[in-house]
Design a protein around this ligand. Structure first.
Ligand SMILES: Nc1ncnc2c1ncn2[C@@H]1O[C@H](COP(=O)(O)OP(=O)(O)OP(=O)(O)O)[C@@H](O)[C@H]1O
Ligand SMILES: [Mg+2]
Length: 345
């Protein structure tokens, strides 16, 4: 499959500071791809380079196989939706959405038809005449999305589009956006620093840190098979343990050897292991290699978060069973619960 957009070794420097340090990324048709990473890691800069608002210093940017780095934004088949909706306050909902078509001098009856289609798509039928300043945050963002989609871009770029909404509305809009993307069948490149949002919406998650891509994968990949400590820590809570890969499928940490399912490391290579809190079971102390003392238990709504102090470290465990502080317990996990990662240098 050919990529719709390809970034090849893209670099960008602002004020002598290298912000993007060689971004390589392929984005496909119909894909919901999310750039995920902490504040300042270069997500918006990457998006702006794709949109044409900024130019890279080095590397190539291909659209359908053609280099477009010098192409002005309006010639690119992409549209952008920002966190701040940037609607035209003096225009009503209809005219905001119709804006792109009116500029192209599209026939009135076609404009009406297309705007109605868009209003239906974003769930705002009947809102045509409303003043945009009278709309709620979520409704304004729907107008912004409709206004971008009416131009039939091949790619929609969304920079933290739900960042200004409260938690509940955010969840609703996440679901809506995913639905809209499926319905229009175009590529969405979505930027967020919220890992839960990225995992729940995307086909592909691109984890970025400090101008580098750390991992590209499906939500399950980056959650279950983080390639390094940064990804494991950024995506969900985890126990990260330094260890040694004895040989394929056998790893050692905390004085013990454990069977695992990971292969392809050098013998006796120093590695790091991630154990997700929900993958560790608390068992009787004589039923496990690793043992420790419960030091705290906090109810989190669905599960308890239990901290167990073992010889070398604290382990975090998520479980629906209650275990009293002070209790000696065993920590059990299977080979498939151990994820071996490259050690970050
Ligand atoms: N026009 C500019 N001039 C100077 N520095 C800039 C410019 N644009 C971005 N930067 C810097 O580049 C770095 C990356 O910025 P960017 O906006 O891409 O981060 P981000 O990942 O989108 O972060 P956030 O999650 O906070 O939006 C930051 O340190 C920022 O200060
Ligand atoms: Mg940003």
């Amino acid at each position: 499959m050919n990529a719709l957009i390809e970034l090849k070794n893209i670099t960008k420097t602002f004020d002598d500071q290298q912000i993007l340090k060689g971004i390589n990324l392929k984005i496909y048709e119909n894909e919901f791809l999310t750039l995920l990473g902490p504040s300042g890691c270069g997500k918006t800069t990457t998006l702006r380079i794709i949109a044409g608002f900024d130019e890279s210093d080095g590397g190539e940017l291909l659209f359908d196989g053609i280099e477009i780095s010098k192409q002005p934004p309006y010639k690119r088949e992409v549209n952008t939706v920002f966190q701040k909706y940037a609607l035209f306050p003096h225009l009503n909902v209809f005219d905001n959405i119709a804006f792109g078509l009116n500029i192209k001098k599209t026939e009135k009856s076609v404009v009406k038809q297309e705007v109605e289609k868009m209003l239906k798509l974003v769930g705002l039928s009947g809102f045509e005449k409303r003043d945009v300043t009278s709309l709620s945050g979520g409704q304004q963002q729907r107008v912004a999305i409709a206004r971008a989609l009416i131009n039939k871009p091949k790619v929609l770029l969304l920079d933290e589009p739900l960042g200004a909404l409260d938690a509940k509305l955010r969840k609703e809009m996440q679901f809506e956006l995913k639905k809209i993307q499926k319905e229009v069948g175009i590529t969405f490149i979505y930027v967020t620093h919220d890992q839960e949002e990225a995992l729940s919406m995307s086909d592909t998650v691109v984890v970025m840190n400090d101008g580098y891509i750390q991992q590209i994968g499906t939500p399950t990949d980056v959650y279950n098979e983080p390639e390094n400590r940064f990804v494991a820590q950024f995506i969900g809570e985890s126990n990260i343990i330094e260890g040694t890969m004895i040989r394929d499928c056998l790893v050692a940490f905390d004085d013990f050897e454990f069977e695992c399912v990971d292969k392809g490391f050098k013998e006796n290579e120093e590695i790091e292991v991630v154990l997700r809190p929900e993958d560790i079971d608390i068992v009787a102390a004589d039923k496990a290699k690793l043992t420790g003392t419960v030091t705290s238990i906090v109810f989190k709504g669905v599960h308890y978060e239990i901290m167990v102090q073992s010889k070398y470290r604290q382990y975090m465990i998520h479980t629906t069973d209650y275990h009293e502080v002070g209790l000696e317990v065993g920590l059990a996990f299977g080979p498939e619960d151990i994820h071996v990662m490259w050690k970050m240098v």
